[in-house]
Design a binder for this molecule. Structure first.
Ligand code: NAD
Length: 334
């Protein structure tokens, strides 16, 4: 029986990819390679692990030996493991380079040595840097602006070397901000939902006017599987949505589910050292191949709030109520 490796599969986006891969490829065994950092949680994938549909291998993608063992005999490798939170990257940037750059390099080297025939690398729209108007396509020069996005762009340069030099069959996807269940409440949407559930104010960076697009993690996972099937080796595909909001609009949208809006609900906190005003990608390439997003933040919010209400103890138990403020002490997080 062949197997599919999903790195970072116990995290937020990775676990949605695991769901979709298990559904799309019932004949493959799934191996999740995950270091189980604070962002990984076995409960994100326990439904697959306990039913023997997937296996969890606890290990570091920056360890070549671990990567070699994981990918040996794999027919497909999906690489989603990363240090993913921009705020943390300002204080701990070397860890981001270790996991996101050295980790990606180690994994690609292992894939090369083991002759893996299909690799999908998960990247981000943040590698393009700020986009003040319109949107950018896959040919746009990468201009990352913070240690997280720089490490993701650096990883892509490593991939490019492996594609050109070794013809390693890699397809890269660059996605918008994602929303959905299981996202660690350091990111804006789960953080604001948890704050509302705990009756705490919603911390907004700067003036709250930074803009982001928000794509459903389920739509994203479907796009990843779509690209596994239809993507061309060595190519890049943006995965996006038209749903664009300022941070303040996101805060208001969430708060509105809990009652009338009051100014005390919003707390303006110091901005990041650098905070991209806006990201915007064109996913025309993927839509011309037949993929399109189907879910919208607005209509998904009630179910998402219900999910966090049901699972709030998971985060409070682990870290205590105060943890939502401590997640990044140096740079108040959004
Ligand atoms: P996450 O922080 O929720 O999960 C990351 C997972 O990777 C965790 O399970 C963690 O334990 C694991 N991990 C971290 N370091 C590791 C290491 N050295 N070795 C093995 N496993 C390790 O992140 P996420 O938000 O799910 O992001 C997943 C991927 O999607 C990342 O590559 C990220 O850049 C990309 N992405 C995320 C978003 C988003 O909005 N969340 C948007 C675009 C792209």
């Amino acid at each position: 029986m062949s197997h599919i490796v999903i790195t970072g599969g116990a995290g937020f986006a990775g676990s949605h990819i695991v769901d979709e891969v298990c559904r799309a490829y019932p004949d493959d065994r799934v191996l999740i390679l995950d270091k189980m950092t604070y962002a990984g949680d076995v409960r994100n994938v326990s439904h697959h692990v306990f039913s023997n549909r997937a296996q969890l291998m606890v290990g570091d993608v920056a360890d070549l030996d671990v990567c070699r063992r994981a990918v040996q005999g794999a027919r497909l490798v999906i690489h989603a493991a990363a240090e993913s939170h921009v705020d943390n990257s300002f204080g701990n940037s070397l860890e981001f380079t270790r996991t996101n750059v050295v980790g990606t390099h180690s994994l690609m080297e292992a894939c090369r040595q083991q002759g893996v025939q299909r690799i999908v690398h998960v990247s981000t729209d943040e590698v393009y840097g700020e986009v003040h108007s319109g949107s950018v396509d896959e040919h746009t020069v990468l201009r990352p602006t913070n240690p997280y996005s720089s490490s993701k762009a650096a990883a892509e340069m490593i991939l490019r070397g492996y594609v050109q030099s070794y013809h390693l069959p890699i397809v890269t996807v660059r996605a918008n901000n994602l929303f959905g269940s299981r996202q660690f409440p350091e990111k804006i949407i789960p953080r604001f939902i948890c704050h509302m559930l705990l009756e705490r104010p919603l911390p907004l960076h700067g003036n709250g006017q930074n803009r982001r697009h928000y794509l459903s993690a389920i739509d994203f996972a479907k796009a990843v599987v779509f690209v596994c099937e239809k993507g061309q080796e060595g190519e890049v595909y943006n995965i996006g949505t038209t749903d664009e909001f300022t941070n303040l609009q996101v805060a208001e949208m969430i708060a509105a589910h809990f009652g009338p809006l009051r100014s005390e609900l919003f707390e303006f906190v110091p901005d990041r050292p650098f905070n991209d005003a806006r990201y915007a990608i064109s996913w025309e390439r993927l839509s011309s191949m037949g993929w399109t997003p189907t879910r919208h933040l607005h209509s998904e919010l009630p179910a998402l709030i219900a999910w966090y209400r049901a699972h709030l103890a998971r985060y409070v138990e682990l870290f205590g109520v105060e943890a939502l403020d401590r997640a990044c002490p140096e740079f108040p997080t959004v």
